[in-house]
Design a protein around this ligand. Structure first.
Ligand SMILES: Nc1ncnc2c1ncn2[C@@H]1O[C@H](COP(=O)(O)OP(=O)(O)OP(=O)(O)O)[C@@H](O)[C@H]1O
Ligand SMILES: O=P(O)(O)OC[C@H]1O[C@H](OP(=O)(O)OP(=O)(O)O)[C@H](O)[C@@H]1O
Ligand SMILES: [Mg+2]
Length: 299
């Protein structure tokens, strides 16, 4: 297939989103082998090329129509969108869906000894960040003026190095802040990874491939969020037991050999079954409870 007909998907080369992005595409049936030295990985079984780049470059590549799709953190997407609007550059793309990885938040944080009351405590101070646009938008809405200290990395060491009074950086577990004697004061943006498509019109064959990938992603994510549950239940508590299964619609109820007082239940639950619920189920007489992962779902 000619180069222009192949679907180009940009993913992070190496970092927090890389492994999950590749896993997601592989679970959608896209086969490829990555050569660490190479920017492009061609799929062996579908007309798809993967571009492995710095995550900061992904939104721009999609917005300029250089690639057709991208997997990126919403934080980076939004930051680039604001920047491009400011510079009058193409700033649109279609967010196809949020993904189930890369969850983090962009937060303000200050040194442990800082006496913080609210964002106004930062009036006139220096804030180090890699996200100047998201920070500016937040502070403008609050009417607070501050001084930017733009750092591409190691933002968490800026206060100790005397470069800033506070930081605005990504937080997940909070371990990085704690290790650097900082505490989180305000969340300014909640983020997850997402998959985006160029807003330029696609030719039908390419659009059909994008739709197919998206539909497979929906199936993969739904399957990950679901569980297949099997158990034996006394007929007299059947209704209560079914009511306890989270998000299970119309479970299959089957008779058991030589036992008229008990039935087997098969159900797909849209949530995980927690230990507390398992214990409630056994109190109602359920036995042989099995909770199994589902690999794929469709329809
Ligand atoms: N601690 C975290 N937990 C979960 N997701 C995170 C975390 N930190 C960052 N992310 C998400 O992963 C994205 C990539 O983070 P990473 O630290 O790999 O970026 P980077 O160092 O800028 O990489 P690159 O070299 O590609 O520019 C972030 O933009 C964010 O969406
Ligand atoms: O709250 P935590 O769980 O500690 O996570 C937050 C850290 O994770 C990210 O960095 P990453 O570890 O991806 O490395 P980087 O600094 O090289 O980007 C982010 O920039 C924070 O430094
Ligand atoms: Mg980056």
């Amino acid at each position: 297939m000619p180069e222009s007909k192949r679907l180009r998907i940009a993913i992070q080369k190496s970092g927090r989103l890389s492994i999950e992005s590749m896993k997601l595409l592989k679970s959608c049936g896209v086969k490829f082998t990555v050569n660490e030295q190479r920017l492009i990985a061609h799929s062996d079984n579908m007309p798809i090329d993967l571009l492995r780049v710095r995550d900061d470059d992904i939104p721009g590549l999609v917005m300029d129509g250089v690639v057709d799709m991208g997997i990126i953190g919403e934080n980076v997407l939004e930051e680039e969108q604001i920047e491009r609007e400011r510079l009058d550059k193409p700033s649109t793309c279609i967010k196809l869906r949020e993904l189930d990885f890369g969850a983090c938040r962009l937060s303000l944080a200050v040194p442990n000894e800082f006496n913080y009351e609210d964002a106004a405590s930062l009036e006139g101070l220096r804030i180090a960040t890699s996200y100047p646009n998201l920070l500016r938008r937040y502070m403008q809405r609050k009417g607070i003026t501050y001084n930017d200290c733009m750092l591409k990395g190691s933002v968490e060491v800026a206060p100790r190095a005397g470069l800033s009074d506070a930081i605005c950086d990504l937080v997940s577990t909070g371990a990085t802040l704690e290790a650097n004697g900082l505490y989180e004061t305000e969340v300014i943006y909640q983020s997850k990874a997402c998959i985006i498509q160029s807003s330029q019109p696609q030719e039908p064959a390419k659009q059909a491939l994008i739709d197919k990938i998206l539909s497979r992603i929906n199936g993969v994510v739904r399957a990950k969020e679901s569980k297949y549950i099997l158990l034996h239940a006394p007929t007299e508590t059947l209704e209560q037991i079914v009511a306890l299964l989270p998000g299970a619609e119309n479970p299959t109820v089957l008779p058991l050999n030589d036992d008229t007082n008990r039935v087997a239940i098969h159900a797909v639950s849209t949530e995980d079954l927690f230990w507390d619920t398992m214990e409630e189920l056994t109190k109602l007489g359920a036995s042989s409870i099995l909770v199994m992962p589902i690999e794929k779902m469709m329809g």
